[in-house]
Ligand binder design. Structure first.
Ligand code: RNT
Ligand code: ZN
Length: 419
């Protein structure tokens, strides 16, 4: 039987004949940190208050073992990272603040020190950085469905203060960890039924953003991204933060657009947007998610959508993409959900790195569509799995489904005891 080494050597030759250097591909893959979202571990609940998830997003399922405390979430995250090759980032929400006994500041009064333990965790775990998100949902002042676009000044100014507090916390992460922190703004604001006035909420929102960004922050430390959305549950007819709103706001104010792959019409090709935005913006940010009939946030699979997105991301290069995942499935083992999604993202990036991209571009531009089509299809059956296996071997990790045994063991010993 061929050993893993034989298989890699043979794959390497096949790819070499195709004009692809597998070593270079592995090197680039290793420079693609992915920001893993903390919220898969606890069904987007957080630690700063009691109550359920609101804001037009929803988890379904009640698989046992949800993390209920910072300690539990950190332990689960650590288990997940230990089964994912490469160095990655952590994506935190403001609602994951960790307060000392007896204190419970509201979201407009959170401070860097409430995230001290996360910094310690990132350092101890050897993470590549922390990214951050203000939390504009699951809060009484978000109950009306309007936050930064609220006509109620008390509500609106509260969320302005919250965002500014978050900018400070992102600066703190960046300084502590020696790498910029992406701060992503997504607001749930919208309307259930047909709006009478589409403009008024957007004008208020614009004013809020202008107010926020009039406060100085260190742009070398914090990369602000703004995430558009088409609709939410109970907000089916209109969202304030639409794609066009953010494209223009980002362009005019030197911020970055974040594309969530679940936030567009289902037949829209999100991958196609990347090259357009990158002609005008220095970087692009991503929440890779999987919508099934709606923005359902299923664990990402290696489907055509992911392959398309990965290819565009690879063509842009790791320096120009802030790559994060965003899904929350509560119906399966949550640690497995993290590991599987992260590895799927990496495998899709690797497959894209192993394509003869320059050659295919030349074929397109010289009009040889016959050879292009043949190559695009034949390339799909090259042994990228053997190159992936080699990457995992070098990182001392299982290449295949054996990783699940480690998660099962953890489930037996830790998760199943959480009652
Ligand atoms: C919601 C957005 C947003 C959230 C997270 C929790 O539709 O995708 O990014 O999923 O911030
Ligand atoms: Zn998202």
């Amino acid at each position: 039987m061929a050993t893993a080494n034989d298989r890699y050597a043979s794959a390497r030759n096949l790819y070499r004949n195709l004009g692809v250097d597998t070593e270079k591909a592995l090197e680039t893959l290793d420079r693609f940190p992915i920001s893993m979202h903390c919220w898969q571990g606890d069904d987007v609940i957080g630690f700063d208050r009691e109550g359920s998830l609101t804001g037009g997003i929803q988890t379904t399922g009640n698989y046992p073992g949800r993390a209920r405390t910072p300690q539990e979430l950190m332990a689960d995250l650590e288990k997940a990272y230990s089964l994912i090759p490469g160095r990655h980032r952590l994506n935190l929400h403001a609602s994951y603040a960790i307060f000392d006994k007896g204190e419970r500041p509201d979201r407009d009064a959170i401070l860097p020190r409430h995230f001290r333990k996360w910094v310690a965790f990132a350092k101890k775990t050897g993470l590549a950085g922390i990214d951050f998100n203000p939390t504009y949902f699951s809060h009484p002042l978000a109950a009306s469905g309007r936050t930064l676009s609220s006509p109620d000044e008390k509500v609106r100014s509260f969320w302005v203060r919250h965002t500014v507090a978050c900018l400070r916390i992102a600066e703190y992460f960046a300084k502590e960890l020696g790498t910029p922190s992406a701060l992503n703004i997504w607001i749930p604001d919208g309307l259930k039924d047909v709006p009478a006035d589409r403009s008024a909420p957007r004008a208020i929102y614009k004013k809020s953003l202008d107010e926020i960004f009039a406060v100085p922050y260190d742009r070398s430390l914090v990369e602000v991204t703004i995430e558009s959305k088409l609709f939410g549950i109970g907000l089916e007819s209109y969202t304030v933060g639409s794609h066009e709103f953010y494209m223009e706001y980002a362009a005019k104010n030197d911020l970055l657009c974040l594309l969530d792959s679940g936030h567009f019409h289902l037949s829209e090709n999100v991958a196609d947007k990347i090259s357009s935005l990158l002609l005008f913006a220095p970087k692009i940010a991503f929440h890779v998610s999987r919508p099934v009939r709606w923005d359902s946030d299923h664990v990402i699979r290696q489907d055509d959508m992911l392959a398309d997105i990965a290819r565009e991301i690879v063509l842009a290069g790791p320096e120009r993409v802030l790559l994060a995942l965003d899904y929350f499935d509560a119906s399966i083992n949550r640690v497995a959900a993290w590991v599987l999604g992260m590895r799927n993202m990496q495998k899709s990036l690797l497959s894209a790195l192993l394509l003869p991209n320059e050659k295919m571009s030349r074929l397109q531009e010289s009009g040889d569509f016959t050879q292009l089509l043949v190559l695009q299809e034949e390339a799909k059956n090259y042994p990228s799995g053997d190159v992936w296996a080699e990457y995992c071997r070098r990182k001392g990790l299982p290449a295949r489904e054996e990783w699940l045994a480690a998660v099962r063991e953890y489930e037996k010993k830790v998760l199943s005891r959480r009652k």
